[in-house]
Design a protein around this ligand. Sequence first.
Ligand code: BGC
Length: 346
Amino acid sequence: MNQKMAISVLFVVLVCFSCTPPAPVEETQPLPPTTLELLNQSLSPGINLGNALDAPAEGEWGVVIKDEYFEIIKDAGFNSVRVPVRWSAHTDTLAPFTIDSVFMARVHYVIDMALKHDLTVVVNTHHYNSLFNAPAEHLERLLAIWHQIGQSFATYPAQLVFEPLNEPHAKLTPALWNEWIPILTKELRSTNPDRTLMFGTANWGGISKLDSLVIPETEHNVIVTVHYYDPYHFTHQGASWSEGSDEWLGLTWAAEGEQLAQMGKDFDKIKAYSVKNNRPIYMGEFGAFSTVDTTSRVAWTSQVVQESEKRGFSWAYWEFCSGFGVYDSESDTYRDFLLKALIQDK
Ligand code: BGC
């Protein structure tokens, strides 16, 4: 090709190139989930090992955590356990508030077993009842408890999550709870700078005070946890610890009409908080007591799972083998109707 021809070809190429309509803008790929979101997702499906270490003493409420439970839980398709612990019953009441070493070793054993079975673990402070009527008198002790837990588990993998306090309520008001969150965070960061923390809502952990919950903006490694037992009279009918609950016996629930719409609204409220505050959500407790008729119980439970999963919340059912139990520890079998309501793709 002589020089003249080469210039003409170049000219044609350039002209054609400039005539080409602009390439359509490529759709942005979704951003890869962050480590925190991945950890949150790894909590689902989860189960609470309730009524064991949260009883005044393990076994007192009929549940001792047996070694084989971890395999039984993993095999059913659960990915995590929440381990509610009544530390306050095993800690000196005077400074320096030492946790009983035998009890600490027992909690270690349970958490080690769970991690060995590839279950992500949430450990909390459960049923610290005296604190809620006199919070100021108990803050120092709560911090000392978490200092010891923090030191004791500092080298544990990221699959262990700390939840500093279950269901704040009574005199631990939403405002006071918001003051405590940075104090507890500071304490936990002194021993576990990189561990994921979880904070729930005042007024018993439900959605009623969710909008008041303030997590310090500088603290990024936090999941917000919410409990869902609504309608309370339905889920707690006949529950001995809920006054007047015998009168609620017979209440039913179906995934239709006003009942379904209300649940959707409740979950939308949680989602709105999550988006506005950029916090992942863990539905850390939900369940309908064994006194609820099976059809309603299945409908409600499976709907909570669906509403959670639709919005990207992780979840843990309350609880494994007691009054809400998905597992019958006497016959050593799962209550299949409940298991199927929880793990729906099995
Ligand atoms: C309490 C349990 C109770 C459950 C449902 C939990 O937070 O610790 O004792 O059974 O809520 O009421």
